[in-house]
Design a protein around this ligand. Structure first.
Ligand code: FAD
Length: 436
């Protein structure tokens, strides 16, 4: 192999190309902009931020803060440019979007080992070492080619995600565990509502404020996957005949079937995260918090991910990817970015970092590595490749994905800081041992 091919110079592809080049590996980096745009990009810069200019929380007690710190330890280009182009934003790391994207572009275009080709790649290369990072708005031709590799059932074009809460933030005095008719796999956490609670909730949901949508996202309200607030607006009982139906569920404390029930389904193997079944939504995030906390048992719920509905090209990673980001079906092909089922700018860049490190190892004749579970990188890689493939949905980084500490610390902030401390120590040691 003469060079590694990276397709797409977004958050993930730019970071992957950098990780390859800084290890002395020649890279051919393809980017279709500015000749062809996605519906969300407006410039020809690499790593363009298509929406917010925030890379979210900076502090280590927040998992995305830790992920960024780990990236700094791994000499990330995205983080170096973000830190250099930081703008004031309280506890968040926000950047001057143009300065940031321009800096990423200049470093890669000026790197002697990176050859930039401004063209659309319309099919997956059949051989060689390749990092595919064409993002949530992958061009149509490439989507078709990807579908040939993954199969119809394992490539998705639309993200309708329900909010996810941590198990430990649920008030277990108010909920009960059961599956419908006590049948089927697994137990749900059931949040029972009486008539009055249901009606208040329905009213609040029907009148809550929705996020504005981009033109290209408007067409996609298909039946069977309606936003919960749209269902709420269809009438008083619509939700009681849909996701909030109580049939087959008996509250052991009353011996009766509640008036309505919100069900929470286990979301990760460790059982630390639960999603609200049927609650895909377009509501603004602060509205989601306000309204969904009216559900009995969720008054203090900690949301690790809010519901979203948007265009998103992503694969069923638990079926298709190894935790090294290499495709199980095609050796030498790495996927990176939003298409692997991670969610967010920083997560996308971090997955590009891992894919880049491993593509470089393969180029050198070394075996790809799996990042340690105790790190934010490793936890994210582990989640997307080991989640239940039947219900796979994209995920933000959060401490619920980490293996628990040996000693349980009750205070959330102190616990998160301890998890972060363990992660950074583990990463330092691992980096040294593996020569990363
Ligand atoms: P991208 O950054 O999109 O990079 C993919 C690149 O590949 C693009 O440059 C594209 O032009 C190029 N490309 C596509 N097809 C081809 C092809 N066939 N050949 C060559 N090049 C190609 N996350 C957040 O954290 N905060 C937000 O505010 C946010 N807002 C979002 C808004 C929208 C509308 C969308 C769709 C997503 C948003 N995300 C947000 C989610 C996600 O974090 C970003 O989309 C992020 O940019 C994903 O990184 P990526 O590298 O996977 O893809």
């Amino acid at each position: 192999v003469e060079a590694v091919t990276v397709i797409g110079a977004g958050l993930a592809g730019a970071e992957a190309a950098w990780q390859l080049a800084r290890r002395g590996v020649p890279v051919i980096l393809y980017e279709m902009r500015p000749h062809k745009f996605t519906p969300a990009h407006h410039t020809g810069f690499f790593a363009e931020l298509v929406c917010s200019n925030s890379l979210r929380a900076a502090a280590l007690e927040n998992a995305v803060g830790l992920l960024k710190e780990e990236m700094r330890l791994l000499d990330s280009l995205i983080m170096a440019c973000a830190d250099r182009h930081r703008v004031p934003a309280g506890g968040a790391l926000a950047v001057d979007r143009e300065g940031f994207a321009r800096a990423v572009t200049e470093v890669l275009e000026g790197h002697p080992l990176v050859e930039v080709r401004r063209e659309e790649v319309t099919a997956l290369p059949g051989e060689g070492i390749v990092v595919l990072a064409t993002g949530p708005l992958t061009s149509e031709a490439m989507s078709r080619s990807l579908r040939e590799l993954t199969g119809e059932d394992y490539l998705y074009f639309y993200d309708a995600v329900a909010p996810i809460v941590t198990r430990e933030s649920i008030n277990f005095d108010k909920v009960f565990l059961s599956s419908r008719y006590n049948k089927g796999e697994g137990e749900y956490i059931n949040c029972p509502m009486n008539k009055e609670e249901y009606e208040r909730f329905q009213e609040a949901l029907a009148t809550a404020e929705r996020a504005s949508r981009k033109e290209f996202e408007k067409e996609v309200n298909f039946e069977g996957c309606l936003p919960i607030e749209v269902l709420a607006r269809r009438g008083k009982d619509a939700m009681r005949y849909g996701p909030l139906k109580p049939v087959g569920l008996v509250d052991p404390r009353t011996g009766k079937q509640p008036y309505a029930v919100v069900q929470l389904r286990q979301d990760n193997a460790a059982g630390t995260l639960y999603n609200l079944v049927g609650f895909q939504t377009h509501l603004k995030w602060d509205e989601q918090k306000r309204v969904f906390r009216m559900i009995p048992g969720l008054e203090e719920a900690e949301f690790v991910r809010f519901g979203v509905m948007h265009r998103n090209t992503y694969v069923n990673a638990p079926v298709l990817l190894a935790p090294t980001f290499e495709c199980k079906k095609r050796a030498g092909l790495f996927l990176a970015g939003q298409m692997t089922g991670v969610e967010g700018y920083v997560e996308s860049a971090a997955s590009g970092l891992m894919a880049g490190v491993n593509a470089a190892r393969l180029y050198r004749g070394l075996r790809p590595v799996v990042f340690p579970r105790e790190t934010a990188h490793g936890s994210l890689a582990h989640y997307i490749t080991s989640a239940d493939p039947k219900h796979f949905q994209p995920m933000n980084v959060n401490f619920g994905l980490f293996p628990p500490l040996e000693e349980h610390i009750r205070d959330r902030r102190r616990r998160n800081l301890a998890l972060a401390g363990r992660a950074l120590k583990t990463l330092e040691r691992w980096k040294r041992e593996k020569g990363i």
